[in-house]
Design a protein around this ligand. Sequence first.
Ligand code: GTQ
Length: 349
Amino acid sequence: MSLTEKPIETPERLAFYRKIDKQAYTPLWTVLSDIITPEPRSRCVPHLWQFAQARAWLLEAGELITAKEAERRVLILENPGMRSESKITTSLYAGLQLVLPGEVAPAHRHSQSALRFVLEGSGAHTSVNGERTVMEYGDFVITPPWAWHDHGNDSDQPMIWMDGLDIPVASFFDASFAEGYGEDEQPLSRQTGDSLARYGANMLPIDYHRHGLASPIFNYPYARSRDALEAMQRQQEWDPCHGLKMRYVNPADGGFAMPTIAPFLQLLPAGFKTEPYRSTDATVFVATEGSGRSTIDGHSFDWDKRDIFVAPSWKWITHESENESVLFSFSDRVAQQKLGFWREQRGHA
Ligand code: GTQ
């Protein structure tokens, strides 16, 4: 017997299994090699969603249902290996949300954490815990667990962003709670920009005490993150597997910005080809700038600005940038690291 093989069955054994099965018993040796595997075995497959296609279908959805009636007008990006499970990876959900001019997506809250990554439009807003933030292309916005949030669009253009949520994690733990606020918009109690000033200027209020696990900053503006990458790239210190890759942090503790979802932003200079890399956190990438090609588990995906693609756990990935490119990405790395599961490997033999 080993972890990779099952014992050969005999008629006596099979009769025994049938007898105990009726009372909800299963012999471990018949399933061990399926449940404790030498390497991750995932139904998650690599896939790319083209933004142009998604956008057309989102706008079509915009003629079929309002944001208010839908509660959230979102097209879920479903992993082709896990259809009808509302997952982009085994542990994470992703969707594309459209808010049309004049619309509101009503205030609600849930145990699941959400991130937004803005892909089109300018000037729509999200309010979180009494503060409104105005969103621009590439902004990374957090809705912490159980925080009231509503979205609105006072601009004259459609607004589209990617949502990333830990819905499958909450489902796994059977820990989903949700409620509506009862009004479209929550009352505002803080000035726009207050959180970023208070927590996002390399200072913290002198008597700051954390409340909750998410970062107190809830909009990480793209302009700032992009400026940082621009300044750093002059140093020409490229990680062979990642180019120049940064993680969005919670300034209160230096950990990831969210308790369950790890967000990243990376720059690849023009013509850069990364060395193979794999890690146990299946990762969702958004091409924020540029164009290129990523090869995941031997499948190549050409991406353009705004396309979204997913790499499963423990599959080799390489990126090749055509021109200078920026990739936003998110995964469950923060959760895996806290629980002791996370592994990575660079450059296969
Ligand atoms: O904006 O609150 O894509 O509650 C899925 C569930 C977005 C949201 C989603 C949600 C939201």
